[in-house]
Write a protein that binds this ligand. Structure first.
Ligand SMILES: [Zn+2]
Length: 170
């Protein structure tokens, strides 16, 4: 049995254990969270979130890519969110590679260099700061006055806020 087959069985049990419900497609906290795909970061448990409260946008590193901006634009302009919370974390897999090294690895394995940026990083605080600025500078994102960034410690499970001075908010 594959891992996915196990999850399908889990889902049947899950669905049968709870009553049917009809949540609004618009997140009730009017919040979007962009975070890493890391398997140790359970966003719902770590932040006390419930279903229907927030959008969760995830990728390797919680990077503000064009696709993350696409999701934020839809989240705000169609689904009513106003605040953006960025959550990066300690001991991230993105700190174990370099852009040039991983790009070369992909090219060596496939013969093709990827068109996308790898977005590896060394300094987590600097990476969170850059991510905050990328959201604040994107005019596709309508509401940019409540963009805050954090680092989640995967061992202590505590959040630490990263503050950034934005000298050019527009
Ligand atoms: Zn990560």
């Amino acid at each position: 049995m594959s891992a996915i087959d196990g999850l399908i069985a889990n889902n049947r049990t899950f669905a049968q254990s709870l009553p049917e419900r009809h949540l609004d497609v618009r997140p009730s906290l009017r919040l979007a969270i962009v975070t890493c795909m890391d398997s140790r970061l359970n966003v719902f448990s770590a932040l006390g979130l419930k279903d229907g409260q927030a959008h969760i946008i995830r990728n390797a590193g919680g990077v503000i890519t064009d696709d993350a901006i696409r999701s934020l634009a839809i989240s705000q302009r169609r689904l009513g969110t106003r605040e953006v919370m960025l959550v990066h974390h300690t001991n991230c897999g993105m700190q174990t590679l370099t852009d040039d090294g991983f790009r070369a690895e992909l090219q060596a394995a496939t013969g093709v260099a990827p068109a996308f940026a790898i977005e590896s990083f060394v300094d987590i605080d600097a990476d969170v700061s850059q991510s905050i600025l990328r959201v604040r500078r994107s005019r596709f994102v309508e509401h940019r006055d409540s963009v805050r960034g954090f680092i989640y410690d995967v061992d202590t499970r505590l959040l630490r806020e990263v503050h950034v001075e934005d000298e050019d908010p527009h």
